[in-house]
Design a protein around this ligand. Structure first.
Ligand SMILES: *[C@@H]1O[C@H](CO)[C@@H](O)[C@H](O)[C@H]1NC(C)=O
Ligand SMILES: *[C@@H]1O[C@H](CO)[C@@H](O)[C@H](O)[C@H]1NC(C)=O
Ligand SMILES: *[C@@H]1O[C@H](CO)[C@@H](O)[C@H](O)[C@H]1NC(C)=O
Ligand SMILES: *[C@@H]1O[C@H](CO)[C@@H](O)[C@H](O)[C@H]1NC(C)=O
Ligand SMILES: *[C@@H]1O[C@H](CO)[C@@H](O)[C@H](O)[C@H]1NC(C)=O
Ligand SMILES: *[C@@H]1O[C@H](CO)[C@@H](O)[C@H](O)[C@H]1NC(C)=O
Length: 454
């Protein structure tokens, strides 16, 4: 993903000027299963207000200026179906997740492949993996969910870079992108998580070996510290990863925690319990500073969360819920934090007279912002509380416990990693930046218009 501006905050300021509302919050009684489902249904409906991919003439699963966010939307929808049983959005999910999978089934679709990063592709791989683990049926004659996760794994492990830092994945794929000379936690921790989940689902050794390799490399780098359990954001190749940019983000912790939880569930090896406990303890300690409410502390207090960042704690809420299912003795610590966070998130959903949710849940009221990202994160934290009602059916399955998504160990490779090797023409580059510019300028236009109007 790319660094981006703070337009969602500006949007919020405008909205605050335009509307001062007394809309009731989303009602949420954490002790009542139906109440959680109803809250998630409301936020999911709002979330889908931003999705046009099922309309005539639109492209399924496509969010051109922020491609990876489609995967976040589908991750939320998969869980919505899994935890509530409501299949309203299932056909739209199958269609969108297949459409974006690319010709080779590895989430490198040619429309976007010239500017996507390892983290963007990885999130789509996690969405496909989630579909397999939650028994979302494969689509006949299309790529199976498992093979799509394998396709992402295969293309990314082929990019493992030993030119500096003793290994690791770069953040971005191409030299003209900021981040090409960096190795970061979400890309490496994301591939670690994907490898761990493939290991558990398929019981194949190559995934276990890769999970271990990525984990060991991460500890050997400044990204993950196995004494303090600090997870840094990124490190520079120019000085051989001697130090790290230490911005603290929920999802960097969440992805390493999730990978370790899968490895522990899969192997029962105490070697993996230590990181589960260490990463969980630090996550719960640093990201719940206000009333036990989940907060991306690097951007929320200063009101500068960009649209990527708004999604982080929603993704991590889901990962905490699955950690509690996979490593049952963590549940007692996790559940109260998910409960207080969901309650605060519900209180934030009073915006625009239509239950629009905010970014900063800890404020216990709408913070004036509006966006798909807010709705996705609220949906995730509501649904995370469904684990309180698990009767043994909510945990992710494996190929031995009911998962039947078909395997293709060579998925995505084809005749080589063409997308990576494909020379990027100036046309491609211009296309990508023009899209961004059009987006920014049209946004500025709307802003100016709204301000004049108000
Ligand atoms: C709620 O209102 C906002 C601002 O007008 C709008 O962008 C959004 O689409 C609306 N959501 C729904 C579900 O109608
Ligand atoms: C697209 O999906 C939405 C639900 O998010 C639904 O309300 C709408 O009717 C669908 N459009 C078409 C053309 O099926
Ligand atoms: C790529 O762009 C073309 C032209 O707009 C469109 O028809 C196609 O559906 C797009 N593919 C994806 C995966 O978005
Ligand atoms: C921490 O990681 C380092 C580097 O991989 C390793 O040598 C050491 O044994 C680890 N310590 C513990 C307590 O696991
Ligand atoms: C592994 O996870 C499942 C949930 O998917 C859970 O039922 C099981 O108890 C876990 N196994 C271990 C050894 O913790
Ligand atoms: C796989 O399982 C799903 C439900 O879990 C079922 O709908 C589907 O028919 C199964 N597919 C095959 C090929 O058995």
């Amino acid at each position: 993903m790319q660094l981006s501006g703070t337009w969602s905050i500006l949007n919020g300021l405008v909205a605050t000027l335009l509307f001062s509302t007394l809309t009731p919050a989303i009602e949420l009684n954490i002790g009542d299963e139906q109440s959680i489902k109803d809250a998630a249904s409301t936020s999911t409906y709002s979330m889908m207000g931003w999705y046009a991919g099922n309309e005539t003439g639109q492209i399924p699963g496509s969010f051109p200026e922020k491609w990876w966010e489609g995967s976040a939307l589908f991750l939320a929808l998969l869980q919505y179906w899994h935890f509530t049983g409501d299949d309203t959005y299932n056909s739209l999910m199958s269609e969108g997740m297949e459409w974006q999978s690319g010709d080779k089934g590895d989430y490198m679709p040619s429309n976007y492949s010239s500017y996507l990063g390892n983290d963007d592709q990885m999130f789509w791989g996690l969405a496909a993996m989630t579909a397999a683990e939650l028994k979302f049926p494969d689509v006949p004659d299309k790529f199976s969910w498992l093979s799509l996760a394998q396709g992402v794994f295969n293309t990314q492990t082929a990019r493992w870079d030993t030119t500096t830092c003793g290994g690791g994945l770069r953040w971005q794929l191409f030299p003209y992108q900021d981040g090409y000379t960096m190795k970061n936690s979400i890309s490496n921790g994301g591939l670690f998580q994907l490898a761990a989940r493939l290991a558990r689902y398929t019981n194949e050794d190559k995934y276990t070996k890769w999970a271990e390799k990525i984990w060991d490399w991460s500890l050997s780098s400044p990204l993950v510290n196995n004494k303090t359990w600090n997870v840094a954001d990124s490190t520079q190749m120019s000085n051989d990863c001697a130090d790290a940019g230490n911005y603290q983000w929920t999802y960097n912790y969440g992805t390493y925690l999730m990978g370790a939880a899968y490895m522990y569930n899969f192997t029962s090896d105490e070697k993996w319990k230590t990181p589960v406990d260490g990463l969980l303890a630090r996550t719960l300690k640093i990201f719940f500073p206000n009333g036990d409410v989940f907060e991306d502390t690097t951007c929320e207090p200063i009101k500068k969360c960009n649209f990527n960042e708004i999604l982080f704690k929603g993704l991590t809420s889901s990962w905490l819920a699955f950690t509690a299912l996979l490593v049952p003795d963590t549940a007692a610590q996790i559940k109260p934090k998910l409960a207080s966070s969901a309650q605060a998130a519900a209180k934030s959903c009073t915006g625009n007279n239509n239950n629009t949710c905010g970014i900063a849940w800890y404020q216990n009221k709408w913070d004036g912002t509006t966006g798909m990202e807010q709705e996705i994160s609220a949906t995730n934290v509501f649904l995370a509380n469904m684990i309180n009602f698990d009767t043994g059916t909510f945990g992710p399955v494996t190929s031995k416990t009911g998962g039947n998504s078909s395997s293709d160990p060579n998925a995505g490779e084809g005749s080589g990693d063409d997308d990576k090797d494909k020379p990027i023409t100036n046309g491609d580059k211009a296309g990508a930046s023009i899209l961004t510019l059009i987006f920014v300028f049209s946004w500025a236009g709307i802003m100016a218009w709204m301000m004049l109007g108000a």
